[in-house]
Ligand binder design. Sequence first.
Ligand code: SAH
Length: 413
Amino acid sequence: MTSHDSIDSPPQSAERTVADFPILRLKRQEERRVAAGHLWVFSNEVDTVATPLTGFAAGTVVAVRSDRDKFLGYAYVNPNSLIAARILGREAGFAPGPSLLVHRLRVAIALRQKLYALPYYRLVHGESDALPGLVVDRYGEVLVVQISTAGMEAQKGAIVAALEKVVKPEVIVFKNDSGSRELEGLPKYIEAAKGEIPERVTVLENGLRFTAPLATGQKTGWFYDQAGNRRQFLPLIKGAARVLDVFSYVGAWAVPAARDGAEVTCIDSSAGALEAAALNATANGVAIQTVKADAFEAMESLHAAREKFDVVIIDPPAFIKRRKDAPKGEAAYKRLNQLAMQLLPRDGLLISCSCSYHLETGALLDAIQKGGRHLGRFVQVIGTGGQAPDHPIHPAIPETRYLKSFLCRVTHE
Ligand code: SAH
């Protein structure tokens, strides 16, 4: 880690000053959310008569000002997005540029180095690290970067330079293939900015060594957001004879459960994910069973075959990506939890997760409760979890708090 001075007092930029930036003017009283700490400016808050959004190329850095000319912060603009601008910094004397990026990265890595003994973590979590639109996951000497906005894409060269300066990794890969890029008018691609694109990334977690496919894998390759829940809940399921890991991906829950002595079955719809899970098991000296199928159908079949598991883990992809999908999504969560509980013996454990921001914590509990009631089961929540601390929550941006997780004991009434 570099000196803490760089955190307490950001280096003053010798770069552009506030007068060098075009102004993005907000309508009267529309500065309230940004002034309260949020980083987003919505298009309907912009005074488009004074500063037409169409006058800005996507990615332009602007000085955001209120109708009374109060400086609110620097931001990058995308005239084609509902989120018209995202704040990059609020100090007029520290304009966005290479040194601001280096500063942000130093602040971000200082947190992770305090939290983690080993270099396997999410290094940058977008808005929560004051770097909207940027995600960086660290796999030892390999950094996998995901950019989701035109504004960050415009900073790509400076991002690579800043990562070089602060982290000095052997490999930097841009895995810019997320669906959200289309909304920002960005192409999808995967490329190496330093070194070569590795086929697989390596992760050390829970005393085990995992690999996950990079180009064909999910997200950046690994779900670091669940690491805290695994650390918290895995010791509590020790001693289980049979464990079912539904939506297993590459076996981050399954392999440690097998190491702890359980007979483990993984269900996933992706053949590649299950191959990687089986490899991870073998590499760690254990065996797991895999079932390539739709999770709902596979659990129905297991129930029809009267199979029982002492522990069922359900960690599905986000069923609710947009608010309008909430009713359908809530029904899916309820059905899923019910199917999982059907597979438990008289006294079993359910680990139930949701990464849908639009499903509130109470709604997941409700899905668990309703699923249990439908089967006449008595549910006791004995553990709660959320996203790991390398995925900080920005208190002004509710969207940054998305993962919830419950450990439940389920008995017959
Ligand atoms: N539990 C994993 C992360 C799960 S990601 C971990 O902790 O690392 C979600 C997984 O669900 C992906 O591997 C995806 O392939 C799988 N998936 C998505 N839809 C599915 C479905 N309908 N049935 C089974 N698996 C599905």
